[in-house]
Design a protein around this ligand. Structure first.
Ligand code: ADP
Ligand code: MG
Length: 198
């Protein structure tokens, strides 16, 4: 399995290109880091890689083919702010299974307590909510995870727990992970390779 950004360019307005001919390759079982200053287009690239936005030039390819537009997306994005990534009118059990049933073992590993399933999003902390967002993204058909500053807002204990689970998934099912962060120590610790966009 290979996820590839092939010459991606993107702009929000006519004046300036945010992304200019970006290339990257992410292999199954690989943890790749992506760094760059605030505002350089990391989140934009994350959205393009997961199929939320279309590039103006270039293509995202999954094993040489365009991303599927129907059915389950094997490239899942987890966002920096979990509270913006869940429907506030849904109880957590509905949020969790939004894209299909989630493995119980994974929920345990993420420290999701069974009684949290009956809560509403505003009854959980940011760290608790992010665990749900990660579980939701790690359905059985997920092959690549795009992690866009997913632990930036969280306490160190939750951070460590979340990365441990992700690395277990890399080992267990050859998940490919793109770790987007401006924190160099985090990238150095987790990633076998780091690329920078300016
Ligand atoms: N929807 C949008 N419309 C116009 N400009 C945007 C939009 N989203 C982001 N931008 C701008 O694009 C640039 C890149 O943003 P972003 O991809 O969020 O960067 P990063 O994640 O690296 O901080 C920033 O200057 C930001 O203000
Ligand atoms: Mg960002």
């Amino acid at each position: 399995m290979l996820l590839e950004a092939d010459g991606i360019s993107f702009r929000y307005n006519k004046n300036s290109w945010i992304l200019d001919n970006v290339h990257l390759k992410l292999h199954a079982g690989e943890v790749l880091g992506l760094s760059g200053p605030s505002g350089c287009g990391k989140t934009t690239l994350a959205q393009i890689l997961a199929g939320y936005k279309r590039p103006h030039r270039g293509q995202v390819k999954l094993n040489g083919k365009p991303l599927p537009t129907k059915g389950y997306n094997p490239v899942q994005l987890v966002w920096q702010h979990p509270e913006k990534a869940v429907n506030p009118r849904w109880q957590m059990k509905k949020v969790l299974n939004e894209r299909g049933p989630i493995d119980e073992e994974l929920m345990k590993a993420l420290g999701i307590e069974p009684d949290w399933l009956n809560r509403w999003p505003n009854e959980l902390s940011g760290g608790e909510l992010q665990r749900f967002c990660l579980a939701r993204a790690l359905g059985p058909e997920t092959r690549f995870l795009i992690a866009d500053e997913i632990t930036t807002m969280l306490d160190p204990i939750t951070q460590a727990q979340i990365w441990q689970v992700i690395l277990q998934q890399v080992e267990k099912r050859k998940l490919g992970v793109l770790v987007i962060s401006h924190e160099q120590p985090l990238l150095s610790r987790l990633c076998s390779r780091i690329i920078t966009i300016a």
